[in-house]
Write a protein that binds this ligand. Structure first.
Ligand SMILES: Cc1ncc(COP(=O)(O)O)c(C=O)c1O
Length: 366
């Protein structure tokens, strides 16, 4: 068969291990997954009620244009409805943007390590991938700018960055956007936007008005706690968005996902609580790292990447045996570190107590 040459040797996305699989493998009753940056506090309580009482005709296709959700998001953000593109999660938006702008002969610039889907999609499209190493866990925008040439099509800025959780300060971003050639699309992936508390980050929406070549991506999967429903979106200037619309699959959000996203958006109190609880969780982990002299990156997200002073695959395995799923830095391009999504206060306490034991056992703590 005539598969694209680049498909050979590519692997499917490797998600965090599913809870059921770990339960079975290690004969565990309880397994806590702290691997996929999901919201441990669930989602707005208003949703349960809504889903119970909502009557959907399963035989009818969804509104492909997501009009009701579009109106709700445009009001929430204060942008025009035609400035929005909806996707089945922001994963879908990344695929749409890549499919529209990448092909053999062009290149795309991204930080390393950063979210894997930028390079994954670029590889499928046969574009050249230019990875620019992070500088102390942060995007090195100077080097990223140097990596741009006349064949560059997209620059990805993961802000805050997955897996380090760090932000690009507004001052730096502003200087970068001023310099970037106007024919290069700059994608600001803000999957963790709601969690940011550092004032060095300033709302980026105005950049979309100033620069036609800027697109912002946000999602309902993280702070809104709707990862199961797969709703993400992009914000850009109307004529840029209209170029991406034809690439979108016709019905890429379900009827129910569109509806629940609207209900979730209305409950900003839940987001506020989530952010407050996440801040508390962050302090639990930072204190642990400080106590044991483990290097960590200052996170503006619902996860933290920190050093384990030994092989991170070993810690990943040992923690899994004990019922905790995390991400090993070896799989994320940060060997010697693990990435842990914050859980509830109780889960975090249990996790950190167990980790302390494992690290001691491995001779990583003195
Ligand atoms: C930086 C970043 N972007 C995008 C995504 C994809 O999110 P979703 O497709 O659920 O919206 C993730 C998920 O982990 C992420 O970390």
């Amino acid at each position: 068969m005539k598969f694209k040459e680049q498909i050979y040797g590519m692997k499917a996305y490797q998600p965090g291990k599913p809870i059921e699989e770990v339960q079975k493998e290690f004969g565990l009753k309880e397994v806590i997954k702290l691997a996929s940056n999901e919201n441990p506090f669930g989602c707005s309580p208003k949703l349960k009620e809504f889903i119970k009482n909502n009557d959907i005709n399963y035989a009818i296709y969804p509104d492909g244009y997501a009009q009701e959700l579009r109106t709700a998001v445009s009001k929430h953000l204060g942008v025009e409805e035609n400035q929005l593109l909806f996707g089945s999660g922001s994963d879908d938006i990344i695929a749409i943007i890549s499919r529209a702008l990448l092909y053999p002969g062009v290149n795309t610039v991204m930080a390393d390590p950063s979210f894997s889907q930028y390079s994954h999609n670029a590889e499928i499209e046969g574009a050249e991938i230019r990875k620019v190493p992070l500088k102390d866990g942060k995007h090195d925008l100077e080097k990223m700018f140097e990596a741009i040439d006349e064949n560059t099509s997209i620059v990805w800025i993961c802000n805050p960055n997955n897996p380090t959780g760090t932000i690009v300060a507004d001052e730096e971003l502003s200087a970068f956007l001023k310099k970037v050639p106007k024919e290069v699309l700059v994608v600001l992936d803000e999957a963790y936007f709601e969690y940011i508390t550092d004032p060095a980050y300033q709302d980026t929406l105005h950049y979309v008005e100033e620069y036609p070549n800027v697109i912002i991506m946000r999602t309902f999967s993280k702070a809104y706690g709707l990862a199961a429903f797969r709703v993400g979106y992009a914000i850009g200037q109307a004529d840029v968005i209209s170029k991406l619309e034809p690439v979108r699959a016709p019905f890429n959000n379900t009827v129910l996902s569109q509806k629940v996203a609207i209900v979730a958006l209305e409950d900003q109190e839940f987001i506020k609580e989530t952010v407050e609880r996440t801040e508390r969780a962050k302090r639990q982990y930072e204190e642990f790292c400080k106590k044991h002299g483990l290097k960590y990156y200052p996170s503006q997200t619902n996860f933290i990447l920190f050093e384990v002073k030994t092989d991170s695959d070993v810690i990943f395995q040992e923690m899994m045996k004990r019922g905790f799923i995390v991400r090993s830095g070896n799989a994320l391009g940060t060997p010697g570190f693990i990435r842990v999504s914050f859980g509830t206060e109780e889960q975090n306490s249990k996790f950190l107590e167990t980790l302390e034991g494992v690290l001691k056992e491995q001779g990583a703590l003195v």
